[in-house]
Design a protein around this ligand. Structure first.
Ligand code: UDP
Length: 363
């Protein structure tokens, strides 16, 4: 008898968020593998809890290792797990080392591979994430993309049409699981000492920003000059680098905190005047909560939202210029965004499970 089980690999905060709805839709069929790439309670456990995921079926501990070691250790362990469990398919998400490991393990154990959030491209070869996502798409039997732009990118790279499905993004389903009521949101932001539309929410963690003394210093100084309180939950990597670069004074000028749980983060994002971020997920969340996001990066994988929800700026004075310009016409900006549809589809998790079933029926 063919197995009904489906292995799902998570390792980092965004994978837990975006695969939680898929795990829920799979129900008892899901076999969850957590690589432990993110391991702090506030980067992993709190997300498993808030998104109502139980204990993973396999929990590894690759966190803190080099990229090569992470991919190697996780590939070996996931391959052994797959050979033993023989699931009908394995699902990986996005562009992480955990995702690459899941893809390589699927390939060597000959288990059909599904890539959720496939076809994203920044065309920036300096980003390890860009190499990870290209590798996973090449190996995947089914590339599930959030937007038609991603399908076009895959076709351009010669991926066969039979391996591509436009499902939309599962992030919206994740937010449906955790979104607090307006009253809860008001309470959550009040506990941070901020008021609706009177603060900025910022996150910075990409290597191009966090690992550069000059860029990280410039970003923190630009944030500090914004004429509203700036809440900055610090990713562990950014905290480490900021302290190493001696940027204590810059941090002191901001409302810095530990990474925060998803319910609180979404509440802050929903009520902020605007967002400043280099995160992928936050760009999509901006489209859900209808707030503008200033993206501090050299490139973006989401060109379809540039000029509406998102504004791409380099690390430096362009941050403050763009933030001030948006703040000057904030009510009109919010009104314009409120009228725009979410560009990344709906009920994506259900469509992901349909695609998994289609693939396993074919195998
Ligand atoms: N996030 C969170 N708490 C925080 C910072 C971010 O819950 O303190 C969430 C955010 O809503 C988004 C996800 O974490 O959905 C993004 O993770 P990250 O920026 O680490 O990864 P990326 O999306 O860039 O891959």
């Amino acid at each position: 008898m063919k197995s009904e089980r489906v292995a799902v690999v998570v390792g980092t905060r965004p994978e837990i968020i975006k695969l939680a709805p898929v795990i829920h839709s799979l129900g008892g069929r899901a076999l969850v593998v957590h690589t432990g790439q993110h391991f702090d309670d506030n980067m992993s456990r709190s997300f498993l809890d808030q998104l109502r995921l139980g204990q993973p079926d396999l929990h590894l501990a690759i966190g803190g290792e080099t990229r090569g070691a992470q991919i190697g250790m996780a590939t070996q362990a996931i391959e052994a797990f797959l050979l033993d469990a023989q699931p009908a398919a394995i699902v990986v998400q996005g562009d992480t080392n955990s995702g690459v490991a899941g893809a390589l393990a699927a390939n060597s154990a000959r288990i059909p591979l599904v890539h959720v959030e496939a076809g994203m491209r920044s065309y920036d070869r300096a980003m390890p994430e860009e190499h990870n996502r290209v590798l996973i798409d090449v190996l995947a039997d089914m590339c599930l993309v959030p937007h038609e732009t991603n399908a076009a990118a895959l076709r351009h790279e010669g991926i066969a049409e039979s391996r591509i499905r436009v499902t939309g993004s599962t992030l919206r389903d994740a937010i449906d699981i955790i979104m607090p009521t307006p009253t809860e949101r008001t309470e959550l932001i009040a506990a941070r000492g901020v008021e609706t539309n009177r603060f900025v929410l910022a996150t910075i963690h990409r290597a191009e920003n966090a690992d550069s003394d000059a860029n990280l210093g410039a970003i923190l100084r630009e944030l500090a000059a914004i004429p509203l309180p700036v809440v900055l939950p610090l990713h562990p990597r950014t905290r480490g680098r900021a302290l190493e670069f001696g940027l204590d004074d810059e941090l002191a000028a901001l409302q810095v905190c530990e990474p925060i749980g998803y319910r609180e983060f979404i509440s802050l994002a929903s009520e902020a005047a605007l967002l400043v971020s280099d995160s992928g997920g936050v760009q999509e969340e901006a489209c859900i909560v209808k707030r503008p996001v200033v993206i501090v990066r050299n490139s973006t994988e989401r060109p379809e939202i540039l000029g509406t929800f998102a504004h791409l700026v380099a690390a430096g004075s362009a941050i403050g210029d763009k933030v001030r310009e948006l703040l000057e016409r904030l009510p009109a900006v919010h009104e314009q965004l409120a009228a725009l549809p979410y560009p990344y589809g709906d009920h994506a998790a259900e469509k992901v499970v349909q695609a998994i079933d289609e693939l396993s029926a074919r195998a």
